[in-house]
Design a protein around this ligand. Structure first.
Ligand SMILES: Cc1cc2nc3c(=O)[nH]c(=O)nc-3n(C[C@H](O)[C@H](O)[C@H](O)COP(=O)(O)OP(=O)(O)OC[C@H]3O[C@@H](n4cnc5c(N)ncnc54)[C@H](O)[C@@H]3O)c2cc1C
Length: 284
């Protein structure tokens, strides 16, 4: 591995000053779980790494901010998993941890690194997108807010520019919404999923008042399935309606064939898991 330097800034301003908007080989490090693998496999050769490990507020912890929950970019996935606030407000996030990597990875991987990595197979980005979360990104031009649903531009490509940092995410409280994330692995359980589907819905008596469906892993970026949502919105779910929603989802999702399954197979999985997911959250 070629030589590089590593810096440990103590403040956000110092961290930003150590990044370089014109040099992609100068990179921030959150938990390092993705970056180190890319370095070991010679895919990435850094000139300078900027560790975010000494940064404090607003980069750490989970806070109740009235109608939002704020999560620091350096909060680890284990901290989310064991946070009573996250468990109370977004149980779907805690539930996803049961099959997300392993405890050693969750103990160091960070919320910010998980988003900035831009890998479409990751479990949390589609969940944040379905929950309506936004990322706060700071950089040379000052802070800006980007919806997680708009953060991803392509395979490993995000809206976060060189020289910028994700500092926090803000997740709106959504009273009355229920959500589930279904991770479908077609090989070993610890392999990347062939498909992930997040369903978040609010019910008005037995009608679906509002709904978001986000597909991941089978597509290059987390993808909202608005056609399927439209089929379901305002309706009473029954087997025929859920089958129509599954058909709409399979028709609109730009899924790709890969070693985890053909497009036809993934379309079948998508229909099955929309049905099962809706049955799960419909029960309350
Ligand atoms: C063995 C193993 C199993 C795994 N299994 C799963 C799994 O089942 N499900 C799953 O979802 N994921 C899985 N992962 C992936 C894991 O979730 C990611 O590696 C992790 O979330 C990345 O976070 P990090 O803090 O370690 O990022 P880092 O490796 O530190 O950084 C990743 C990228 O983000 C950039 N970055 C980091 N922090 C910031 C920031 N605050 N602002 C801007 N850019 C930043 C870095 O420069 C780098 O480009 C697995 C990983 C491993 C090693």
């Amino acid at each position: 591995m070629a030589g590089f330097t590593i810096e440990y800034p103590g403040t956000l301003a110092e961290a930003l000053s150590l990044l370089d908007p014109d040099d992609p080989s100068v990179r921030p490090v959150g938990g390092g779980t993705a970056l180190m693998l890319m370095m070991k496999s010679q895919l990435f050769h850094p000139k300078r790494l900027v560790s975010l490990s000494r940064l404090k507020d607003p980069m750490t912890g989970c806070r109740d901010d009235g109608d939002h929950i704020r999560i620091g970019a350096m909060a680890t996935l284990s901290q989310l998993e064991h946070s009573p606030l996250i468990a109370a407000e977004f149980p779907v996030v805690c539930a996803a941890m049961a099959t997300l990597a392993n405890v050693r990875v969750r103990n160091v991987a960070t919320v910010g690194g998980n988003l900035a990595h831009g890998d479409p197979h990751l479990d949390l980005p589609p969940i944040w997108a379905a929950l309506g979360a936004e990322a706060i990104i700071d950089g040379p031009s000052g802070p800006r807010h980007v919806k997680v649903a708009d953060l991803f531009h392509g395979y490993y490509e995000t809206d976060v520019a060189d020289g910028e940092l994700i500092t926090e995410i803000r997740v709106p409280r959504r009273p009355g919404w229920r959500a589930t994330y279904r991770k479908v692995t077609t090989r070993a359980i610890h392999d990347w999923p062939a498909l992930g589907v997040t369903l978040a819905a609010r019910f008005d008596d037995d009608r679906i008042a509002d709904i978001r469906i986000v597909l991941s892993a089978a597509v290059d970026i987390p993808q909202r399935l608005t056609g399927a949502e439209e089929v379901l919105r305002g309706q009473r779910p029954d087997a025929a309606l859920l089958a129509r929603a599954g058909d709409a989802a399979a028709a609109e999702a730009p899924m790709e064939h890969d070693s985890r399954g053909s497009v036809d197979y993934k379309a079948h999985l998508l229909k099955v898991h929309i049905l099962r997911g809706m049955n799960e959250i419909g029960k309350g």
